[in-house]
Write a protein that binds this ligand. Structure first.
Ligand SMILES: [Fe+2]
Length: 265
């Protein structure tokens, strides 16, 4: 398994707080069956842009410590870049160097916000693609507006935008509504990549064991491909900087209304 979204580097954002915590997070990843993890610190959140050279040094330090602790995981560098005007300026300067991209590839992990209007996001995503980036949208299950306009999401995917969801969303870690949403996205086959989005060791962790079991159960129940496997295959394409051509569904199956949404709307 390749975890493409994690806050494993310590002291660079709201993720890991120390080298020890980072190592403990890596041990949880290893126990989940992760062989490669991409560190994706927040970039451009509240205007803060961590220096790329410093992030590279922190990655190297953590890899050395992991090797010493005999944790068999390769750590790659990436970023989770909030999408706004400042991001467009930042990434314009990095088109050649691929700074802030995932593992030296052309893929860039993009975080939408609840303030992001889909029409504005669409323009920005198009511009990024014209500059040679391959956008991956982070944890799309957190944005109800994307499910309100699934045709728009499908049109983005048709044009090569990939979608990532958090493994913990399948186990209800982010609440029942997010769980319902992520299942709808799964049923529609629009989740291409998985990540832990792990921040700590006690909550929002890098431990994906429960999610892995839940995904196997879900694949059996829904008679669909196990997302754990397909997401790993797609993440491998990122590490090789190869294009992914996911299938795009021709129609959208609306959300099955669970007891909670039937009761509370
Ligand atoms: Fe994140």
């Amino acid at each position: 398994m390749i975890d493409i979204h994690s806050h494993i580097l310590y002291g660079v954002d709201d993720g890991s707080e120390s080298l020890e915590m980072s190592l403990e997070m890596l041990r949880l990843s290893e126990a989940s069956g992760v062989s490669d993890i991409i560190a994706t610190p927040h970039v451009n959140r509240k205007g803060i842009v961590p220096d790329w050279a410093e992030l590279q040094e922190r990655r190297e330090e953590l890899q050395r410590a992991a090797d010493k602790a005999r944790i068999e995981i390769t750590i790659h560098l990436g970023a989770e870049v909030e999408l706004n005007g400042a991001t467009m300026d930042l990434l314009q300067k990095c088109t050649e160097t691929r700074e802030y991209c995932l593992a030296d590839s052309r893929y860039v992990l993009i975080e939408l916000t609840n303030q992001t209007r889909p029409s504005i996001a669409e323009n920005m995503l198009n511009t990024l693609q014209l500059r040679g980036y391959w956008p991956v949208l982070a944890h799309i299950e957190r944005f109800p507006q994307l499910l309100e306009e699934p045709d728009q999401l499908l049109s983005w995917i048709r044009r090569g935008v990939l979608c990532q969801c958090n493994a913990g969303s399948f186990t209800g870690e982010f609440g029942p509504k997010v769980k319902e949403r992520v299942r709808t996205l799964y049923r529609n086959g629009v989740i291409h990549l998985l990540g832990s989005d792990g921040h700590r060791t006690a909550f929002r962790t890098t431990d994906m064991r429960e999610a892995r079991e839940e995904l196997a159960r879900l694949a059996h129940k829904e008679q669909r491909q196990d997302l754990w496997q397909s997401a790993t295959a797609n993440a491998d394409q990122i590490l090789w900087d190869r294009v992914c051509y996911p299938e795009v569904p021709d129609h959208w199956q609306p959300q099955k209304r669970g007891l909670l949404s039937r009761l509370f709307g």
